[in-house]
Design a protein around this ligand. Sequence first.
Ligand SMILES: Nc1nc2c(ncn2[C@@H]2O[C@H](COP(=O)(O)OP(=O)(O)OP(=O)(O)O)[C@@H](O)[C@H]2O)c(=O)[nH]1
Ligand SMILES: [Mg+2]
Length: 363
Amino acid sequence: MLSIVLPTYNEAENIPVLIPKLREVLRDIPHEIIIVDDNSPDETWRIGMEVSKDMEDVHVVRRVDKRGLSSAVIDGFLSAKGDVLAVMDADGQHDMNLLPDLYKAVIENKGFAVGSRYIEGGSVGEWDERRQLISRVATKMALALCKVKVKDPMSGFFALDRAVFEGALEKLNPKGFKILLDLLVHAPKGTSAMEIPFTFSTRLHGESKLSWKVQLDFLEYLYDVTIGRFIPLTFVKFCMVGTLGVGVHMAAYLSLARLLGGGEQLNVAGFSLAVIGATEVAIIFNFSLNNIWTFANQKLKGIGAIKGFGKYNVACILGAIANWAVSTFLFSRGWVELLAVFIGAITGVLWNYSMNRMITWRK
Ligand SMILES: Nc1nc2c(ncn2[C@@H]2O[C@H](COP(=O)(O)OP(=O)(O)OP(=O)(O)O)[C@@H](O)[C@H]2O)c(=O)[nH]1
Ligand SMILES: [Mg+2]
């Protein structure tokens, strides 16, 4: 059986056109059609349910707490019964007449069958030069990572054997837009793959969801599956935030010193107060930026954010103590002063990251 997943976000106008045509194309193949909608504001899920009211082969999955193309496809595959799984965009850009061929190819090769824009006979259609260039560069970068090679690893139109999906499932990265790429990165070497050419059409109705954020997510994905295996991206972001935090700390110190000293030189008590104040300003800055950027996937809100802020403070104070203890210990052992300070600071950063990962933004 063929299970075809249609991921949708604001495709309410396209679904009523697509579903009857798709059923007609698949009439001789045992199949099910699974619409996976992320609670679209235009209520694609409701339209999907209405259109398919009397159709036993069409199912609608409405996800209310998740958003993202790759994860929608993964969830669709997980709810599928077929031994061949397939994906197609729901905006009419993919030539559904190829589906029977993709299906047959997977039955025979037990691997991947990809609707390809980059083999002879295929084309990206009416893309402008900028999008063509971005796609070409992204495809080159992506290909270097794939264990299973095809000419169009970024295609959103493909089929694969259920066993291949299940084999890769636990390694898949649900972040992002490029589920085929992720499957090709994680499928065992030697899995067979063939391509069938098609021309990418223009959307029937509605707007593209291929935003700048999606393109940034792609770069993050490339990082995750290469260097990110050793140094998590959240750690790199955490360090970047920390570096900015030093600037914020200095600026806050200067403002507070001016405020407390009224233009005069501060005494020791005044200096100490200004440093404590500046530290807290930096902590607030770092916490906020880490919450909305570094750990955007686990962003804390409301009471959770207040509790998280408390934990963050405790972790940072303990980090400062660890920093002090390590550097003082090394200094007392006769280490060069700056090296001792440096290793103390690195200890503090590692401590802060690990503690906050464990208690503030737990996975
Ligand atoms: N469930 C779900 N589907 C999505 C999401 N983002 C995009 N889609 C669907 O995935 C398919 C591909 O998205 P498009 O915006 O058409 O991306 P594209 O085809 O690369 O870009 P265009 O050529 O501009 O249309 C469409 O059916 C979208 O509705 C999402 O976050 N969740
Ligand atoms: Mg599209």
